[in-house]
Design a protein around this ligand. Structure first.
Ligand code: URA
Length: 238
């Protein structure tokens, strides 16, 4: 594997920064300064350091992105901008995909990874990974509506939703909803099942991941702790 690819996998440097770091003498391989970022290394054998710190190869990449309105949760689209279009070129080539889809006009947290098995596991209702959304709706939600939504409602195709949690705002037209599943247009259709309509929807958390500190349209690498939490597929208690 090329040294610069190895460095990029850690999420600490872009490919051009890796080249600059090598030329600047900041990288060692097997204890020897390596100025050529295009040289081949063996990730299982070679010890690589950046500024004296050993760096660990990551086979997979994990990013959190705060999706703006109008962007689609797909890897390519003939018409609309996709979540991948919001990333720098070098990250667009890593085979990342969004872990679950948000509708075009839903904003908020999208997890992108190229770890296929983990991505599929996180989406399985069996693993109970909680997804929390902030919503506004057209009509005030009554206490009865909230109870129905929490217990499970029958969607127009006959599907009965799994238990959810609702935290209704004081005005009744806003609140938060927590789901452990992600059917197509699920929240929109759940609100329709109680004769209401979603006006705005934002995903604010996904398992242990939260949007905190990541502005709309921006992305960041997950921390090692966040990756470990996803690997444990920590669920909630719905
Ligand atoms: N439910 C919806 O209706 N839309 C989303 O984007 C996510 C959940």
């Amino acid at each position: 594997m090329r040294l610069d690819k190895y460095l990029v996998s850690t999420g600490k440097l872009s490919r051009s920064e890796a080249g600059r770091a090598a030329r600047g003498g900041r990288i060692t391989v097997g204890g020897i300064v390596e100025k050529h970022a295009d040289r081949q290394i063996d990730p299982d054998v070679d010890v690589v350091t950046l500024d004296g710190e050993p760096i660990v190869y990551r086979a997979y990449t994990y990013l959190l992105l705060n999706k703006p309105e109008g962007v689609v949760s797909a890897t390519e689209d003939g018409r609309d901008k996709t979540v991948l279009d919001l990333l720098p070129d070098e990250l667009q080539r890593l085979g990342l995909f969004p872990c679950g889809r948000l509708d075009k006009y839903t904003t908020g947290l999208v997890l992108l990874t190229n770890n296929g098995p983990l991505g599929h596991r996180l989406l399985s209702p069996r693993h109970h990974v909680e997804k929390r959304y902030r919503f506004t709706c057209r009509e005030p939600l009554s206490a009865e509506n909230c109870q129905l939504l929490e217990a499970g409602v029958t969607l127009e195709d006959g599907y009965v939703t799994k238990p959810a949690r609702i935290y209704a705002g004081e005005d009744g037209r806003s609140g938060e909803i927590v789901l452990i599943e992600g059917k197509y247009h699920q929240i929109k259709r759940m609100l329709e099942a109680v004769d209401n309509k979603i006006v705005t929807l934002e995903r604010i958390s996904f398992g242990a991941l939260t949007l905190d500190g990541t502005p709309r349209g921006a992305w960041r690498y997950l921390t090692d702790e966040e990756i470990a939490a996803l690997e444990r597929a920590e669920g909630g208690s719905l």
